[in-house]
Design a protein around this ligand. Structure first.
Ligand SMILES: [Zn+2]
Length: 622
């Protein structure tokens, strides 16, 4: 048992720069908006010359490299790497050349793949690419509707070497297998180009926006890039990407990374070239092609920040997206580590309902433009920016660990809200998240946050991966304290920067930062179902000068082991006069807490640190 003063608001390890703008402080009430799932040079390059007053907190961490060098007091990560998505190869870069037209939904593509062999003797390279369905058996007459609908899927026309020589290949069961001219040797590279065409069945949405204007927008999440881009479409195989898009000149084209070229061509077409020089996962490769209004909003440490909205939404969209992006970038850069990328663009899209975090090119549903700076949409913007750190730069190795993306983005959104809009807004967000978790677990009591070799991609995310994942981080912060929590977060980010990570990698970073053994904490919150449900009562024992508390864990299954704060309130108090921490680890407990006077009220978890449900009231005197 431990008694202390009431928990103070978030104390961060360094003083924050003055990020608050008057506009940030308006309207802190939270509205419910569906969250979807949704650039500076790479850190090895010279840091851009000083923009902004943000302290360089990340310099406290030795070396922003995929692994912490030995000799800095950190043990090397011991978690075995998950199996590579395609044995013996690591894709390094894709160059996607696409031609889009107004008179057909068929796209023409040339994808140049550069890979590095990680083993000797590789003779074949499998790429994910959804093909056209096999032709109808000749005896079967296709139904009339099918006869009018062109077949969807991609047809491969050729695979060639850089010298233009054809390579043998076969395209079966949505896998394009390329036969190399000679077996690969570990450490060497190979490059080839796939030429193809077809109408995407999914992944690239071609159709009208809310104004009836034709648009082309990607929608790859979680594994639909393969519908229009030949890729190793696996979350763990990160590569750089370039989009070289030829489209009618009345469109503008936005994509990942830095704008390299815009050239008007013959026949009313325009070529637009974007290059993403930092490796990212295939679901994050995006294009948006529409009649845009584009605002160059400003810079964050030399990184351009842009707004891309439909031309008809120009005034309202520029107003809505003017805040709080730059302030959010400063916050995460200061508290987690450096922003990984070359640009940040907020973009409206008809292909997403809520938000989509694509690296450097963040997409929002087309109803995000309201002209009123909706608080709900503001929170979606913060969430998608948080993903640039967690999900995009540090990427879960497998979808099983998707909470490392969604739980983190959800909690770091709350952390920005705590910083910018105050503790009450933060607690409001936490309590809303807890309510959603409870409602969801009523129907899914055994759901585990970390999946066990999930194969059904429709079940990747849930309230548990978002809101419960956020709560797990919050409880971890409560357990470790702010200082060790942020130290661990920065260590985890530094160690896996522009790489991949597992839940165990995260646990090990937090253990190293805190000195705690966190295995039981991670197991009970992430690898089993249910959450603690408490029933009990309190009574005042005047003779003993103490409060007696009886508590039972009533959820089915093994009891949780959790710390729980108990607040003792005097008459009329908003804050507890005394806070005592008790430890719950069995089915039933009885505690005695000495108090100075008879309390008016006793409440569990006054600081909002535990995900639990309770029926707790004053019992009759004995
Ligand atoms: Zn998300």
């Amino acid at each position: 048992m431990r008694t202390h003063h009431p928990p103070s608001p978030l104390t961060l390890p360094r003083p924050l720069p003055a990020l608050l703008l008057p506009t940030l402080l308006a309207g802190a009430a939270a509205a419910a908006v569906p969250t979807g799932h949704a650039i500076a040079p790479p850190p090895t390059a010279a840091a851009p010359s000083g923009h902004g007053p943000v302290p360089a907190i990340h310099t406290a961490i030795p070396g922003f490299h995929p692994a912490i060098p030995s000799g800095h007091g950190f043990a090397p990560a011991t978690t075995p790497a998950p199996p590579p998505p395609a044995p013996g190869i690591d894709i390094e870069s894709y160059r996607f050349e696409l031609t889009l037209r107004d008179d057909t939904d068929e796209i023409t593509g040339r994808t140049t793949v550069t890979l590095r062999f990680t083993a000797d003797g590789v003779t074949e390279v499998p790429l994910d690419l959804i093909g056209r369905p096999p032709p109808e058996p000749s005896a079967a007459r296709p139904p009339p509707a099918a006869a009018d609908t062109p077949a969807r899927g991609m047809e491969v026309l050729a695979v060639t070497t850089p010298a233009g020589n054809p390579l043998a290949h076969r395209h079966q069961d949505d896998v394009l297998t390329v036969t190399l001219p000679s077996p690969g040797t570990a450490g060497t590279r190979s490059t080839f180009t796939v030429s193809y065409h077809g109408i995407p069945a999914s992944g690239l949405r071609i159709g009208p926006n809310k104004y009836g204007e034709r648009t082309f927008f990607s929608d790859n999440w979680p594994n639909r890039a393969r519908n229009w881009l030949p890729t190793v479409d696996h979350i763990g195989d990160k590569a750089t990407c370039e989009f070289v898009v030829t489209a009618p000149a009345h469109y503008q084209v936005v994509s990942n990374g830095r704008l390299m070229e815009e050239t008007d061509l013959e026949g009313g077409m325009r070529l637009t070239h974007w290059k993403q020089s930092v490796p990212i996962s295939p679901w994050l490769y995006v294009v948006g092609v529409a009649r845009f209004a584009v605002q160059h909003l400003g810079e964050f440490k030399g990184v351009p920040v842009q707004t891309w909205v439909y031309a008809r939404d120009r005034d309202a969209g520029f107003y809505d997206f003017a805040v709080p992006t730059i302030e959010v970038l400063h916050f995460y850069d200061a508290y987690i580590g450096p922003f990984a990328y070359e640009k940040l663009a907020n973009i409206t899209s008809p292909a997403t309902g809520g938000g989509m975090e694509a690296a450097t090119a963040l997409m929002y549903g087309e109803n995000s433009v309201t002209g009123e700076r909706s608080v709900g949409w503001r929170n979606v913007v913060i969430h998608e920016i948080a993903h640039q750190w967690f999900g995009n730069s540090v990427t879960e190795s497998e979808w099983d660990d998707v909470w490392l993306s969604e739980g983190f983005a959800t909690y770091f959104t709350l952390l920005f809200r705590e910083h910018a809009y105050g503790r009450d807004d933060f607690v409001t967000g936490l309590r809303q998240a807890a309510e959603r978790v409870w409602r969801w677990y009523d129907d899914n009591p055994d759901y585990r946050v970390v999946h066990d070799s999930l194969t059904d991609m429709s079940r990747v995310t849930s309230v548990a991966t978002y809101q419960k994942g956020a709560w797990v981080l919050h409880m971890l912060r409560g357990r470790l304290g702010d200082e060790a929590f942020w130290r661990g977060i920065r260590l985890y980010y530094a160690r896996h920067f522009n790489g991949t990570a597992t839940t165990d990698d995260f646990m090990h970073a937090m253990e190293e930062a805190s000195g705690d053994d966190l295995q039981a904490f991670f197991d009970q919150w992430l690898r089993r179902g249910r959450n603690p449900a408490l029933e009990g009562s309190w009574r005042y024992d005047a003779a003993a000068g103490a409060v007696q508390i009886e508590l039972r864990q009533v959820q089915p299954g093994a009891p949780f082991e959790v710390p729980l704060e108990v607040g003792i309130y005097a008459e009329g108090d908003l804050l507890p006069a005394q806070v005592t921490t008790i430890r719950i680890d069995g089915p039933a407990h009885r505690f005695v807490i000495p108090v100075a006077a008879e309390p008016a009220e006793v409440r569990l978890d006054p600081g909002t640190w535990l995900l639990f449900r309770s029926d707790f009231r004053r019992g009759p005197p004995r």
